[in-house]
Design a protein around this ligand. Structure first.
Ligand SMILES: Nc1ncnc2c1ncn2[C@@H]1O[C@H](COP(=O)(O)OP(=O)(O)O)[C@@H](O)[C@H]1O
Ligand SMILES: [Mg+2]
Length: 256
C-alpha cells in the first residue's frame, strides 16, 4: 500500500473567540495537518472546542487568529462566492442530527447538492444525477427506498442518507460532528464503516468529533482537545494492541 501524505486541510495556529457577552475563548493556537484520504478523530470533553474547530476547518466560520488552508489555499483569502463554492462542492458535512429535508424524497435528499449548484454545472445531466444517486443509494443499502420520505426511515438509515448526500459532490473532505451520537451501536458501526470507506476508497479525508473511544478507534489519528488546545495526539496506524484499549489508556494517561 502506498501512503499518500499530501496535505488536504491544515490549521495553522487557530484561535477563536466568540464575542459574547461574555466573550469566550473557544480555541487557542490549534495547528494540525490532515493528509488526503486520512481519517482523523477529535476527542475531548464537552466544551473543549471540537465543534468550533470543525466549523473553522469546514469554512462554516472564520477564525479570530491563524488560518485554515484547503488544498494549499488560504480560506480567509477566498471571496464569499468562492468560499460558498468550496463548502458546497469540496466539503461534505454530517452532523449528529441528520438534517434531511422532510419534504424531499430520500433520492432527492441524496442529490440535493446537484440541485443547489444546478446552474453552475450545466454539463451535469438529469441522467447523470439519477445514475449517481442510484449508485450511492445502493452503496448505503437503501436502493429500494429512494422514493420514500425521510420520516419513514430509522435514525441509522437517515444518517446513511446524510452521508450519501455529503459524498454526492465527491468532496475531498468530510466533516463529521458526533455522527454516531444519536445512533445505537450497530447503526453507529454502519455509519463509521461508511466514513472509513470514504477515506479508503474515495481518498476523502474525514475529520470527525466524538467523545466515544470505540468510535475514535476507526480513525488513523486521534487528537485530544482540552480547553481549546490540542494537548496530545495518538497515531493508531502504529502497531500496538487493540485500538480501543490504546485509546482508553491514552485518555487515562492524559487525565492523570
Ligand atoms: N456560538 C457560540 N457563542 C459563544 N460561545 C460558544 C459558541 N459556540 C461554542 N461556544 C463555547 O465555546 C467553547 C467550545 O465549544 P464547542 O466547540 O461547542 O465544544 P465541543 O464541541 O467540544 O463540546 C465552549 O465553552 C462553548 O460554550
Ligand atoms: Mg460539539
Amino acid at each position: 500500500m502506498t501512503v499518500n501524505t499530501d496535505t488536504v486541510l491544515s490549521a495553522d495556529s487557530l484561535g477563536k473567540e466568540y464575542p459574547g457577552p461574555p466573550p469566550r475563548h473557544a480555541l487557542d493556537g490549534v495547528s494540525l495537518d490532515v493528509p488526503r484520504g486520512n481519517f482523523v478523530a477529535l476527542m475531548g470533553p464537552s466544551g473543549s472546542g471540537k465543534s468550533t474547530l470543525l466549523h473553522l476547518l469546514g469554512a462554516l466560520d472564520t477564525p479570530s487568529e491563524g488560518a485554515v488552508h484547503f488544498e494549499g489555499k488560504r480560506i480567509g483569502d477566498l471571496s464569499d462566492d468562492d468560499r460558498t463554492r468550496l463548502r458546497r462542492d469540496r466539503i461534505g458535512f454530517v452532523f449528529q442530527a441528520f438534517h434531511l429535508v422532510d419534504m424531499l424524497t430520500v433520492a432527492e435528499n441524496v442529490s440535493l447538492g446537484a440541485a443547489i449548484r444546478g446552474e453552475t454545472k450545466a454539463r451535469e445531466t438529469a441522467e447523470d444525477v439519477r445514475v449517481r444517486t442510484e449508485e450511492l443509494l445502493t452503496e448505503i443499502g437503501l436502493e429500494a427506498r429512494g422514493r420514500e420520505y425521510p420520516d419513514r426511515l430509522s435514525g441509522g438509515e437517515q444518517q446513511r442518507v446524510a452521508i450519501a448526500r455529503a459524498l454526492f459532490t465527491e468532496p475531498s473532505v468530510l466533516i463529521a460532528d458526533e455522527p454516531t451520537g444519536n445512533l445505537d451501536r450497530s447503526n453507529g458501526d454502519a455509519v463509521l464503516g461508511m466514513l472509513r470507506q470514504a477515506a479508503d476508497t474515495r481518498g476523502c479525508a474525514v475529520v470527525m468529533a466524538t467523545h466515544d473511544p470505540r468510535t475514535a478507534a476507526e480513525a488513523d489519528r486521534v487528537y485530544l482537545l482540552r480547553d481549546g488546545q490540542i494537548c496530545d495526539q495518538l497515531d493508531l496506524e502504529d502497531e500496538g494492541g487493540p485500538r480501543v484499549d490504546r485509546i482508553q489508556a491514552w485518555l487515562a494517561a492524559a487525565a492523570s
